[in-house]
Structures are given as structure tokens and as C-alpha cells.
Design a protein around this ligand. Structure first.
Ligand SMILES: Cc1cc2nc3c(=O)[nH]c(=O)nc-3n(C[C@H](O)[C@H](O)[C@H](O)COP(=O)(O)OP(=O)(O)OC[C@H]3O[C@@H](n4cnc5c(N)ncnc54)[C@H](O)[C@@H]3O)c2cc1C
Ligand code: SF4
Length: 340
């Protein structure tokens, strides 16, 4: 890995100072824990002249978790989130997802904002500059072709692998965004635009593995918020090559509600498979009866239809899709049968 190139570090002390710094340095990048960004800088993938370190901004460092809602500042660390007793008790899927990320060192440094905005990954991309140059750059950097899908006509399929996003998606999270043009709130689901349809041009609302976030120039995530849904059971699980310090081969978050023997609500979301975290659409239609073979067959069909893993990791795409389906089925069953 190469040495860091020269860069300037700005350390704002308030949200307004972060916004002002983003406006002053157009090519800057936000620095959370740096556990992904600094690796990418050392690999020559990106070279921002200025990093804006948000860890000293008190407004971005708070967690509120009560019976009404959960609110997490973007600079809260993954270790803080995973260990927060009220998050673990009231919003278990979030604490479990945070606790499944990487290893203790990365969780102590890594932040919620950095995880939600984590760059997409690919075996042809997460390599040193000399490796990528020797193998011809692909279109996520400076090349003109995708090595995973050479006939993709300009579409990149790099995979979104952050663990927190699916956990927050099944809770219908919203995010607060700030930037030089003002502040806005939107559903977390709308942040992720990596739809990556072959032959479909990349637009502002439908991107790919390269253009995968709906942030406008200078914008950043300030906080994420969830309203509590009474009676919702939730959990997170993932398959990885090693049991620690490892991105998901596939990760799944499930939230469901059981009324007596009836499946009353079902939400399932995945990571590590597509260029965006995917909340399955159509899961609500599986509710209204017992948890039986019809539900599992329906779930399998939704996974087959919406999970489109490509050969962007060392594990084949078809394996990741099958594993995603198996993980989802197991988690749904476990949550439905758990004593509450
Ligand atoms: C060995 C190893 C294993 C890993 N395993 C996992 C894993 O299992 N699961 C997983 O999810 N991740 C994993 N990671 C990646 C990374 O550690 C985590 O995703 C971490 O949460 C990233 O957060 P960060 O604060 O360090 O992000 P940074 O590296 O600081 O930033 C990441 C990106 O987000 C941007 N950014 C940061 N904050 C904001 C914000 N508030 N608004 C907008 N953009 C922002 C940065 O500019 C950058 O583009 C692993 C990393 C390593 C090195
Ligand atoms: S999916 Fe294709 S374009 Fe995207 S990073 Fe991989 S090789 Fe590059």
C-alpha cells in the first residue's frame, strides 16, 4: 500500500462549520473514522486535497433511543451504537448490525455516516494503483469497460456492502442531510440509487455501482432517525468468509410482527449483493396468514427476482444470492418463533 499523498485536514467544531468547510472546499471529502476512505486514498483510488474531520462536532455525536424514536448522529461510532443498551433493547436489528461490522478496531473508529455512505466494492476496484493499471482500469475509476460485465455499456455493478443500511431500511429510517444549499430530510431508501440496469442510462435518481448515492455536491449525512413501531421484532445476520473483520458475503435484516399465529408485518432487506442495499418489495403481500410454506416460497421468489449479485467478490454471484435467501428464511423463522 502506498504512503498517503499530501492533504489538508479541517476540523470543524459545529454543524455550521462543516457546511461552511464543504462550501469552501469543493473537492473535499468528509472523514469519519477513515477506515475505508484512508484505505482508498492509500490505494490511489481517490485523492481528495482536503478532508473534513467530523468527529469533533458535538451535534453529530449524539444517540437518542427511547420508546418513541431512535436518532443517531452521523459521527457516532459503530462501537458506541452496538453497545448502547437502549438501542440493543428497543432497536436490536441496529445494534446487531453495528456489532457485526468488521472488527473491534474498525468499530471503535468507524462512524454511522461513513458506514451509510461506504463506497461500493469490487475485486477489480479495491486494489492498488499498480494492480489496477496492470489490469486496465475499469469504468468505476478512469477506464471505459466493466471487467465484471464487459457488455454492460457504461454500467458498473460494484456492490454496496455496508451492514447498517439494511437494518435501518427495515425500520423505515429517514436521514437528515445538510449542505451549502440547505438542509433536507428524506427516506434512507432514497439515498441509495444503485439500481444498475444494463442498457439503462445513469440518471440523478437511477444510478449504478459508481453513482450510488443521491447526495448533491457538498451534501453530507447529519443524522438518521427511526420511529418506533410497537410490537415489531427485528434482527440482523450475515455470512462472511471469516467470522470477524470481514465484509458480508450477504447480510440480511428482518423486522416482523406476529399477532397470535398470524404474520402481520414482514420487512426484509439485504446488503452485499447489489450496488445498493435492497429492501424487498412485495413482502407485505406474504402477510395475513400463518408462517407456512407459502410464505417461504414467496420469499424465495422475491429474493430470486430482486437480488442480483454479480462476480464482484471472490464468492460467485449465484452463491451469494442463494445464501441471502437461506439467511432470510432462517431469520424470519427464528424471529417468528422467538418468545416475546
Ligand atoms: C478490515 C476491514 C473490514 C471491514 N469490514 C466491514 C464490514 O464487515 N461491514 C461494513 O459495513 N464495513 C466494513 N468495513 C468498512 C468500514 O470499516 C466501515 O464501513 C465503517 O463504518 C466506515 O465508516 P468510517 O467512519 O470509517 O468511514 P470513512 O472511511 O471515514 O468514510 C467512508 C466514506 O463515507 C464518506 N462519509 C463519511 N461520513 C460521511 C457523512 N456523514 N456523510 C456523507 N459521507 C460521509 C467519506 O467521505 C467516505 O467516502 C471494513 C473495513 C476494513 C478495513
Ligand atoms: S463492477 Fe465493473 S466497473 Fe464496477 S468496479 Fe467492478 S469491474 Fe469496475
Amino acid at each position: 500500500m502506498d504512503a498517503l499523498p499530501h492533504l489538508d485536514l479541517v476540523r470543524p467544531r459545529s454543524l455550521d462549520e462543516v457546511i461552511a468547510a464543504r462550501a469552501a472546499y469543493a473537492e473535499s471529502r468528509l472523514l469519519g473514522g477513515g477506515t475505508d476512505l484512508v484505505v482508498n486514498i492509500r490505494r490511489g483510488i481517490v485523492a481528495p486535497p482536503v478532508l473534513i474531520d467530523v468527529n469533533g462536532v458535538p451535534e453529530l455525536r449524539t444517540i437518542k433511543a427511547d420508546a418513541a424514536a431512535l436518532e443517531i448522529g452521523a459521527a457516532v461510532t459503530l462501537a458506541e451504537l452496538a453497545a448502547h443498551p437502549d438501542v440493543a433493547r428497543r432497536y436490536p436489528v441496529v445494534a446487531q448490525a453495528a456489532g457485526h461490522i468488521a472488527g473491534p478496531t474498525q468499530r471503535n473508529m468507524g462512524t454511522v455516516g461513513g458506514n451509510l455512505c461506504l463506497d461500493t466494492r469490487c475485486i477489480y476496484y479495491n486494489q492498488s494503483e499498480w494492480w489496477r493499471a496492470a489490469n486496465a482500469h475499469c469504468l468505476k475509476t478512469t477506464g471505459t469497460v466493466c471487467h465484471v460485465a464487459p457488455k454492460s455499456r457504461g454500467v458498473c455493478f460494484a456492490t454496496f456492502s455496508g451492514d447498517l443500511a439494511p437494518a435501518l431500511l427495515v425500520l423505515d429510517a429517514e436521514i437528515d442531510i445538510a449542505g451549502p444549499a440547505g438542509r433536507r430530510t428524506m427516506p434512507l431508501a432514497d439515498l441509495y440509487i444503485g439500481h444498475a440496469r444494463q442498457n439503462e442510462p445513469v440518471t440523478e435518481t437511477r444510478g449504478d455501482g459508481k453513482y450510488f448515492l443521491a447526495l448533491r455536491p457538498g451534501e453530507f449525512v447529519a443524522a438518521v432517525r427511526v420511529k418506533n413501531t410497537p410490537g415489531l421484532r427485528s434482527a440482523y445476520d450475515k455470512i462472511r468468509i471469516r467470522r470477524s473483520i470481514e465484509y458480508p458475503v450477504a447480510g440480511v435484516a428482518v423486522a416482523l410482527r406476529r399477532d397470535d399465529d398470524t404474520l402481520a408485518d414482514l420487512r426484509v432487506a439485504f446488503t452485499g449483493t447489489n450496488p445498493r442495499p435492497v429492501r424487498l418489495s412485495g413482502a407485505a403481500a406474504l402477510c395475513g396468514g400463518p408462517l407456512d410454506a407459502r410464505v417461504f416460497a414467496g420469499l424465495d421468489a422475491l429474493v430470486r427476482d430482486q437480488i442480483m449479485a454479480m462476480k464482484t467478490t471472490f464468492t460467485p454471484g449465484h452463491y451469494r444470492r442463494r445464501v441471502a435467501g437461506v439467511l432470510a428464511r432462517r431469520l424470519v423463522q427464528r424471529l417468528f418463533e422467538a418468545a416475546y
